[in-house]
Design a protein around this ligand. Structure first.
Ligand code: NAD
Length: 699
């Protein structure tokens, strides 16, 4: 008998209990044992029926996706065959849902003749989040149970529903408060008396008859923009539609074919990579899970500008009081008003109740001196990007705050080692690099300095989770990880503009690749002046390299982007949608002349490769410099910080997908054009030499 499945006969009913923590995933072994115990039960004349349940808070979270891509070993049945066998069984099989039934777990339950559930249960088909469709009959059985509209909603969005909704819709038969397994045994015994009446989901056709085809077209329309470039959400619709049009067996076969295609597609591989990458960021090799963390019950934020208020909102949203300190009373008022307006807009959109807003706003207070923050557990500094100012503030905070207070900086570019050394507690200093708008963007780059203690880092990593951000640990270095890569690629994009491309052509290529916007639209959003000032600073580091003249020329026109209704694009007042600017086009052509460059045509492919390959090369340098722990952390940063499409897996995974050799050749060509900005990373050379990819790299 296996440890992960137990089988017992209770009152002449077989009871299979899955115990495969943490998620009771349907791995090879679990499937094998379910199948064997099922066969035993069906062939044993003593056994009147079968109950399938699990230990713990989960019924079954789904298939074991770490087994995807591995050929099914001899003797292991496919899930869809086990489910079909259960459905066709001559004796009643009851699913006793003790907890969440997701993906393959829900499919197994739907293959059973009846489903009883604990009130806490949720059920769903989240496969689309991993780039494929349900492959164990989910697209064919769910619409038969709940009708195509709810089935579409569940399968296309991947969002689960609770027990009450599932019961009302017909996905579960009864909600059982107590003695779930015993109730399931009793049901099996009573159904065993009427074997001709066993209800098989595949035979239920009532809810899928005469369905208006508009139902499906409406869904296609609804997801067309959000799911652009993707296949899996549309295939979810196609397969559910098939359930209403072709017979059950044909539907199962069609689902299977599409499932396999998607599972093995780049989209499927990328989405699964991101799933594991996201879980991987929490693993820090020298900081084990058990590392002690500090309690964070009160937060102070210094600076109430663009970032400060948004940072405070994150804490208040999860019930942690936050004091915002600004030296300037007017700035403080403006900052707090901005916070209030953000919440008011959520209330107006119905996303928050007025009561909740009042409670949350009560947790945010303002101050113009440090007297109220001495007892804070963490202080996050978000003042102007000025090293002397930051050092002065950290020195003061070090004196004012209790000894255990963590002092964090939100700097985007400055050396936090230097800031840490201005205090007597460098072990309690780190970076918490929020992205703008700080209350919305999910990424938090937590920056580890040379002296940050493990406890400090474990605390801020835990804090990221608490405020519902994805925290990724990075090291101190120019631009940390995300912005370092962005700045190089954006520069290269500007060089392409100087050589013959136009901003809107580049933006379109990058948008079509799957980013929410291209580098010039992004610059108009963040401020042309901001990029210009960063470039001025970077001249100190990279002054001998080719500089972008076009950014200086655009800056000198006073067109700073959306905030001035003019940047790379023209904006109508109040609109965020830019139109290509003839003035900028003229300026670009003049700039090429000024530089003595004969403009040439760029193909979309050349633009894409130039932009993405330079990004990948910088990513490899970031790994060489140990600014990121693993390549997949960079992918997470690029997804959550800059909208790199999940279905392409982040820049480093994408490089592996297209072949590092090809990328390396492209980078060598770019090196000839752009010199040291795209000097091939030794790490890539080495990986190519060894026939490896970024997936094989680990610090
Ligand atoms: P900002 O100019 O909008 O706001 C800075 C605020 O700090 C102002 O309100 C100012 O009055 C206040 N301030 C200045 N000196 C102070 C002092 N001694 N004590 C208290 N308050 C003081 O700046 P921002 O855009 O919010 O940026 C803040 C920090 O966050 C910078 O280090 C910046 O690099 C970083 N950052 C900004 C962004 C962004 O997109 N804006 C993104 C990530 C990180």
């Amino acid at each position: 008998m296996s440890n992960i499945i137990t089988f017992e006969m209770r009152n002449n009913v077989g009871v299979i209990t899955i115990n495969n923590p943490p998620a009771n995933a349907l791995n090879f072994e679990v499937k094998k044992h379910i199948s064997e115990n099922f066969d035993f039960c069906m062939s044993n004349s003593e056994c009147k029926g079968l109950v399938i349940t699990s230990e713990g808070r989960m019924f079954i979270a789904g298939a074991d996706i770490s087994e995807f891509g591995i050929e099914t070993p001899e003797g292991i049945p496919e899930l869809e065959d086990v489910i079909r066998k259960i459905e066709l069984a001559p004796k009643p099989v009851i699913a006793a849902l003790n907890g969440m039934a997701l993906g393959g777990g829900m499919e197994l339950a739907m293959g059973c003749h009846y489903r009883l559930a604990d009130p806490s249960v949720t059920v769903g088909q989240p496969e689309v989040n991993l780039g494929f469709i349900p492959g164990g009959g989910g697209t064919q059985r769910l619409p038969r149970l709940v009708g195509p509209e709810l089935a579409l909603e569940m399968i296309v969005t991947g969002k689960p529903i609770n027990a009450t909704k599932a019961f009302e819709a017909g996905a579960i038969d009864e909600i059982i408060d107590e003695d779930l397994v015993e109730s399931a045994i009793q049901l099996a015994l009573s159904q065993a008396k009427k074997p001709d009446e066993l209800r098989r989901t595949g035979d239920l056709n009532e809810k899928i008859k005469d369905v208006d085809p508009k139902v499906f077209d409406n869904w296609r329309q609804k997801i067309s923009s959000k799911s652009r470039n993707m296949r899996s959400p549309f295939e979810c619709i196609n397969t559910v539609e098939a359930a209403t049009k072709i017979g059950f067996d044909a539907g199962l076969a069609y689902e299977r074919e599409v499932f396999i295609e998607l599972r093995d597609s780049d989209e499927g591989k990328s989405m699964r990579h991101m799933f594991f990458a996201e879980r991987g960021v929490a693993k820090i090799p020298d900081i084990p899970k058990e590392t002690k963390t500090q309690n964070i019950n009160k937060v102070a934020i210094i600076g109430s500008g663009t970032m400060g208020g948004g940072i405070a909102m994150n804490f208040a949203n999860v019930g942690i009081p936050a004091v915002v300190v600004d030296i300037n009373e007017d700035a403080l008022k403006i900052g707090l008003d901005r916070v209030k307006n953000n919440y008011l807009s959520s209330v107006a959109k119905g996303r928050m109740s007025q009561e909740k807003m009042d409670q949350t706003m009560n947790l945010i207070s303002g101050a113009t001196n440090y007297s109220e923050i001495a007892d804070s557990d963490i202080v996050i500094e978000a003042v102007f990007e000025d090293m002397d100012l930051k050092k002065k503030i950290f020195k003061e905070l070090d004196q004012v705050c209790k000894p255990e207070t963590i002092l964090a900086s939100n700097t985007s570019t400055l050396d936090i080692n230097e800031i840490a050394d201005s205090t007597n507690r460098p072990d309690k200093v780190c970076g918490t690099h929020f992205f703008s708008p700080a209350n919305i963007m999910k990424l938090l780059e937590n920056v580890r300095t040379e002296k940050s203690s493990k406890e400090t880092i474990a605390t801020v990593m835990g804090l990221a989770k608490k405020i519902k951000k994805t925290g990724v640990l990075v090291g101190v270095g120019d631009g940390f990880v995300g912005n370092r890569m962005l700045h190089i690629s954006a520069r290269i994009a500007e060089f392409m503009v100087e050589e013959g491309a136009l901003p809107w052509q580049i933006d379109k290529v990058i948008y079509d690749f799957g980013f929410p916007m291209g580098p010039f639209s992004m610059n108009d959003l963040a401020g042309v002046d901001v990029r210009y000032l960063i470039r001025q600073e970077q001249k100190k580091l990279y002054g001998e390299r080719r500089q972008s003249v076009i950014i200086d020329n655009v800056y000198n026109t006073g067109r700073y982007g959306q905030k001035t209704n003019a940047g790379w694009y023209d904006y109508e007042v109040g609109s965020r949608k830019g139109k290509p600017s003839p003035l900028i086009e003229d300026l670009i052509i003049q700039t090429s002349t000024q530089l003595g460059i004969k403009r040439r045509t760029f193909s979309d492919q050349e633009i894409l490769e130039t932009y993405i390959y330079s990004m990948i090369n910088t990513g490899a340098k970031v790994l060489e410099e140990k600014l990121a722990i693993r390549a997949s952390d960079i992918d997470v940063i690029w997804h959550y910080g800059y909208g790199f499409p999940r279905y392409k897996g982040g820049p480093m995974f994408y490089a592996d997908l297209i072949g590092l050799h090809k990328v390396y050749d492209g980078i060598c060509e770019l090196n000839e054009k752009y010199g040291d900005w795209v000097r091939p990373a030794e790490l890539i050379e080495q990986l190519v030499r060894e026939g490896k990819g970024f997936k094989d790299f680990q610090l």
